[in-house]
Design a binder for this molecule. Sequence first.
Ligand code: DP6
Length: 368
Amino acid sequence: MSEQQKQQTAKVYEVTVTAPVNIAVIKYWGKRNKKLILPTNPSLSCTLSQDHLHTCTTVRASPTFDRDRLWLNCVEERIEASERLLNCITATRQLRAELESKDPSLAPLSKWGLHICSQNNFPTAAGLASSASGYAALVSALAKLFELPLSEEDQSKIARTGSGSACRSMFGGFVAWQAGELDDGGDSFSYQVAPATHWPDLHALICVVSDAKKGVSSTSGMQTTVQTSELFPTRCRDVVPQRMEAMKRAILDRDFETFATITMKDSNQFHACCLDTYPPIFYLNDASRAIIQLIHAFNNQKVDPATGKPVIRAAYTFDAGPNAVIYAPKGAMRELVQLVTYFFPKPIDRPSQAYYSDQFGLFSESEY
Ligand code: DP6
């Protein structure tokens, strides 16, 4: 072994990153290419602050590792069983191999085994965007470990091949994922519409209605929708493109009323498509529907004397599960938290699960 090889082998090649969850306000649902994860429609989301919901991933490369291994929430998973994991690992490893072939002084990380350890601080696969933060963390950790000169846009394309919504978690703030038209996915990536600092008054409240693993995964659910829903083509063709433009404008103008109205309508239409899927998919439960009614009642409380219309101060949205995310201006949050905890109290008999309960729990973006 040469002196250089000895030094390389002695060095620890390890990187730890955290990636945030994002919650879509215009939903991605449906793929036109399953392997490359190319969507049927563009989508838009808000990346939440990393302080609350995130995935923390450590990747380590070593010549002593004879194969790649992954631990998810401390339990070892079979990497070979996941084409999506392999997509992300192979793509980044290939880029590293290209760097190594150009610069022989680089340690041959592309030939070594990897150990990946990933931890979510929230219920995995309960419709709380765990795959989004998970693949975003994995791809940014690998890009860092392999010292790849990739832009966030390039990283978002790789994260997309792990899980569609993950490409949006590569950016903070308000993020759009353009569907793209190319067959190779070269134009299907995310970009930031505005940073979080653009609209600091907008807050999100995550209401954990259930931390159970969802019955129908997004991946299989969305393809059944593509194949069977008659409402779905109309959504993709006639509704989402206009909503994307209106939503971007609302964000740039900090127009909460438009932001909230589109958010609620888009969540409702996504769940209507699920119901229109055959056999139907039910992600919402009674508690979810009660939250929808509560938010509409809350919004009907105040009327603008000039227009005679209700003043919209909160919006709900639901992903592929019963858990609600409520977006509202900071000033309305205290009242909302009081209302939600009044109608959906935490079970006091399970103090150790204070914020994860099968009845109701809360995460808030900040202290109210
Ligand atoms: C309802 O990104 O989990 O949360 O690409 O198959 O991994 P795959 O699906 P995934 O789907 C997310 C669907 C959604 C809406 C959204 O986040 O836009």
